[in-house]
Design a protein around this ligand. Structure first.
Ligand SMILES: C[S@@+](CC[C@H](N)C(=O)[O-])C[C@H]1O[C@@H](n2cnc3c(N)ncnc32)[C@H](O)[C@@H]1O
Length: 251
């Protein structure tokens, strides 16, 4: 963790709430995984997506840009990093970390912090091996390489959290939260820079690389190549983009 550097989301998070709102189906799964927990620490809380409103929540978030977009009435928030949570041992029934672990500079230390402060841990992460097989990576292979370099493996997550409870969260065809694979069945969406800006795997890459891949996508959509290669996806209602809900209980 380099707390002297500006948090990445101060740079890429300015329009987060425009397209990154909780998907109700994922929200149900996440809240159900929290079980009976009444006190929850939401680490890497961002603008508050997926944060339960009916429990006692403390949000932890390093980026002032993200904190500034939390809606009025949101849970209290402290500006801190997962790797060094400013709370005592066992203070919470559950710790929640949604789509944030791949941003942490020290995955193991952050995950151990979740275990130190809570009896139950609910972590939404992604399996970078599965995510790299998403068709957009055929156009921009650098996304897959970038994600493989920054995301903890599922093995590491399970090992550090002492659990084998790993639940796939499939992406519905009308996904509301603009994660990278949200538009798996709406390929034209990726031609829109605003759609690309809200997925960190695209926003953090060299934009000339992204632009080159997007131009190829634009051509393939126009001449029917995309449809011939990936048109079979139109028959599906959900897609495995690699998202995984890891649920653990500390004994
Ligand atoms: C993709 S956003 C997810 C935000 C929110 N959990 C959600 O689901 O919308 C990732 C968040 O992790 C935060 N983050 C990055 N590094 C972190 C760290 N070391 N500790 C805690 N949060 C971090 C970012 O500032 C950002 O708000």
């Amino acid at each position: 963790m380099d707390s002297s550097a500006a948090p990445v989301y101060d740079r890429i998070g300015a329009t987060y709430t425009a397209r990154r709102t909780a998907d109700p189906r994922w929200e149900r799964e996440i809240h159900s995984a929290l079980g009976a927990a009444q006190t929850v620490i939401n680490v890497g809380a961002g603008t508050g997506s997926y944060e339960p409103r009916d429990r006692n929540v403390l949000a932890v978030e390093p980026s002032g840009t993200m904190i500034g977009q939390r809606p009025p009435g949101s849970a209290p928030v402290v500006r801190a990093y997962a790797e060094d949570l400013p709370v005592g041992d066992d203070e919470f029934d559950a710790a929640l970390a949604v789509l944030t672990v791949h941003h942490w500079s020290d995955h193991v230390r952050g995950l151990e912090e979740l275990r130190r402060v809570s009896r139950r841990q609910v972590v939404l992460a992604f399996d970078a091996e599965v995510a790299a097989s998403f068709w957009l990576c055929d156009y921009i292979p650098e996304i897959g390489a970038f994600d493989l370099g920054r995301a903890p493996s599922m093995h590491l997550l399970s090992h550090v959290l002492h659990t084998d409870d790993v639940r796939p969260l499939l992406v519905p065809s009308d996904m509301r939260d603009g994660v990278l694979a949200a538009n798996w069945q709406r390929p034209h969406a990726y031609l829109d820079p605003a759609v690309r800006a809200c997925a960190s795997g695209l926003a953090q890459l060299d934009q000339s690389i992204v632009d080159t891949g997007i131009e190829r996508l634009r051509r393939d959509l126009a001449d029917g190549t995309w449809g011939r290669r990936y048109g079979h996806l139109r028959n599906l209602t959900t897609f495995d983009g690699g998202y995984r809900l890891v649920v653990a209980h500390r004994v």
